[in-house]
Design a protein around this ligand. Structure first.
Ligand code: 5GP
Length: 186
């Protein structure tokens, strides 16, 4: 079983990459994070996130039930419950973690054999237009995400592998191939 961290700026397409992998590779599963942010329309508790209160989240931190956690975009807590790892081990599946830079660093520090992959946009202009076109954030939220994105892009060198999401199919294939190579130990 591989623990696969997928990081990269908001709007780069991590979510789509994950959904494509889950649809075609039965031996992969997605880690469901806990968050204190409110659900967006269409998001289901326990499927997209475990939507919990700040008090509940702080309880998870105090009880050491999180593999990593961070405050993302300056407002809400996000974290990976340790029991997602247990679930993946029990089901013998590769676990995909779609998390931010702070979380990726914590996972690598705690589990050095984790496979960390950074996804970059083809260009800054492309990232900005993808972020605007998805239409889920206010202008203020877009500005916060763009500012976080600058910091995240500067950290790409810390990751085991760097991919560019120029073409979705090829990016998905590359992520799967990296995990297959890791599985084979090469
Ligand atoms: P969103 O609110 O758009 O779903 O996610 C915002 C950001 O939080 C994304 O960059 C996503 O990768 C990050 N994120 C989601 N879950 C986690 C998590 O469990 N831990 C950390 N550190 N970041 C997360």
């Amino acid at each position: 079983m591989a623990l696969v961290v997928l990081a990269g700026p908001a709007g780069v397409g991590k979510g789509t990459i994950v959904q494509r992998i889950l649809a075609s590779e039965p031996d992969f599963m997605l880690s469901v994070s806990a968050t204190t942010r409110s659900p967006r329309p269409g998001e289901v508790d326990g499927v997209h996130y475990h939507f919990i209160s700040k008090v509940e989240f702080e309880g998870l931190i105090a009880e050491n039930q999180l593999l990593e956690h961070a405050i993302v975009h300056g407002s809400n807590y996000y974290g990976t419950p340790l029991n997602e790892l247990t679930r993946a081990e029990a089901e013998d599946k590769h676990l995909l973690l779609e998390i931010d830079l702070q979380g990726a660093r914590q996972v690598k520090a705690r589990i050095p054999q984790a496979l960390t992959i950074f996804i970059s946009p083809p260009s800054w202009e492309e990232l900005e237009s993808r972020l605007r076109n998805r239409g889920t954030e206010t202008e203020e939220q877009i500005q916060t995400r763009l500012s976080t994105a600058r910091t995240e892009l500067a950290s790409a060198g810390e990751f085991d592998f760097n991919l560019t999401n120029q073409d979705l199919d090829s990016c998905v294939a590359q992520v799967v191939e990296l995990v297959r190579k890791y599985e084979r130990g090469s």
